[in-house]
Design a protein around this ligand. Structure first.
Ligand SMILES: CC(C)(COP(=O)(O)OP(=O)(O)OC[C@H]1O[C@@H](n2cnc3c(N)ncnc32)[C@H](O)[C@@H]1OP(=O)(O)O)[C@@H](O)C(=O)NCCC(=O)NCCS
Length: 146
């Protein structure tokens, strides 16, 4: 299965955000306030010209961590039919490549509990405190020094 990753425009993330991440949204707004910030970028994985996995990388410091140049991974998801085929990993690695080039020191995310094994497989570390995000559920903070 040949999957290719690209930097994509934010609106191309909306279908998978809707399908996988935010089915509770009723006003059809699948944007994040940071989507079009100058330091934000979106990665899409394509299979046969269809986007099957997405991730949004945004410059944001988490005060749990020391480095000044940090990025946060948000709205990471793979379309249900294509999960566990390596697409999410390719999205993450493409983002990481961009961050390394830009000398970013750390990436972190709020991980849904079900996604922790995915992030662990990418060598991310886990902070052992559970917190709840409204409409979505329990999360833990994951991070990786780059
Ligand atoms: C989490 C998610 C993004 C992973 O994407 P994916 O394309 O299925 O992941 P990949 O196929 O690239 O998996 C990469 C590795 O993680 C592992 N992995 C992925 N999901 C896993 C899971 N739920 N449990 C255990 N391992 C998992 C894979 O087995 C693979 O391991 P390997 O490299 O040793 O073979 C996807 O399952 C998803 O969209 N889940 C629902 C939405 C969600 O929870 N998003 C995260 C929000 S924080």
């Amino acid at each position: 299965m040949k999957i290719v990753t690209k930097i994509i425009k934010s609106n191309l993330t909306h279908d998978i955000r809707k399908e996988i991440l935010w089915p509770h949204i009723t006003n059809n707004d699948y944007t994040l306030p940071i989507d079009n910030d100058k330091d934000t970028f979106h990665v899409g994985a394509y299979y046969l010209n269809n986007i099957i996995s997405i991730g949004t990388f945004t410059k944001q410091k988490n005060k749990l961590f020391k480095p000044t140049s940090q990025y946060r991974l948000r709205a990471m998801a793979t379309s249900e039919k294509y999960q566990k085929k390596g697409a999410g990993k390719l999205v993450f690695l493409k983002g990481l490549e961009v961050l390394k080039r830009n000398e970013i020191e750390l990436i972190w995310c709020d991980s849904r509990i079900n996604a922790i094994p995915f992030y662990k497989s990418l060598k991310m570390n886990c902070i052992n405190k559970i917190y709840h995000i409204k409409n979505i559920g329990p999360h833990k903070t994951m991070y990786l020094s780059i």
